[in-house]
Write a protein that binds this ligand. Structure first.
Ligand code: ZN
Length: 228
């Protein structure tokens, strides 16, 4: 009897140990699952708290004000027009499309470097997208993004600037953004002026200034004359 009782006791102890081991294993698995779940929740939270970068870029380049009125970016902007070249104070020395030119070269009638340092004015309401020295052949460049009344975006580019007055934020039509320059001494002073649509390959970039492929570029004077 004593031996049987001892054997039963030993069996009970073994069962108890087995039970405890199984229980501990299950508890351990539950804890690991909990940790993995908590970590995945934290990752999801982190992803939802920081907006994707492209939204930030989109917000930066979306102007707050509508560009419903345009003017030439030089001289007395309200009266300057390509139609009066040589009859008003400024003229377009190299037209859009001439020699594969992607913009217009605006010079003062008085010639040479007499236009160095003349104010370059914003063609319409918009937001500054790019304002820096774009290197050899360009000098300082400013690009402004404009939102038209129909919601479409366009960009105007001002090249070879001697100085840049403003590098960030919103601008109003007629506001000074820089001065006429010579691309760090490469040319006689003039303003290289481009106008681009959103499908332009060089959107947000300075680009090349000349190309046989002009899809995405518009004739700046024709556009401005149609919007004033
Ligand atoms: Zn040019």
């Amino acid at each position: 009897m004593f031996i049987i009782a001892e054997l039963q006791k030993e069996d009970n102890v073994k069962s108890f140990v087995l039970f405890m081991r199984t229980r501990n294993l299950l508890l351990c698995l539950v804890s690991i699952c909990g940790l993995i779940f908590a970590a995945s929740c934290r990752t999801e939270q982190a992803q939802t708290e920081s907006p994707p970068q492209n939204i930030e870029i989109e917000q930066k380049t979306q102007p707050k004000t509508i560009a419903d009125d345009f003017a030439y970016p030089i001289g007395k902007t309200e009266i300057i027009t390509e139609a009066k070249d040589k009859k008003d104070e400024w003229y377009n020395a190299q037209d859009f499309g001439e020699n594969n030119h992607l913009g217009e070269d605006w010079n003062k009638n008085s010639g040479g470097n007499t236009d160095c340092g003349e104010p370059v004015l914003e063609a319409a309401n918009g937001a500054i997208t790019y304002a820096e020295n774009a290197g050899l052949g360009w000098g300082n460049v400013v690009i402004i993004t404009h939102k038209l009344e129909n919601g479409e975006l366009i960009q105007t580019l001002y090249g070879h600037l001697q100085t840049i007055s403003k590098t960030d934020g919103e601008v109003k039509k007629g506001e000074q953004i820089g001065t006429v320059g010579n691309a760090d001494g490469k040319y006689l002073c003039h303003l290289h002026f481009e106008l681009r649509t959103e499908n332009c390959l060089m959107w947000n970039k300075a680009g090349a200034g000349y190309s046989a492929e002009r899809n995405g570029w518009l004739n700046p004077s024709d556009f401005i004359d149609s919007k004033r």
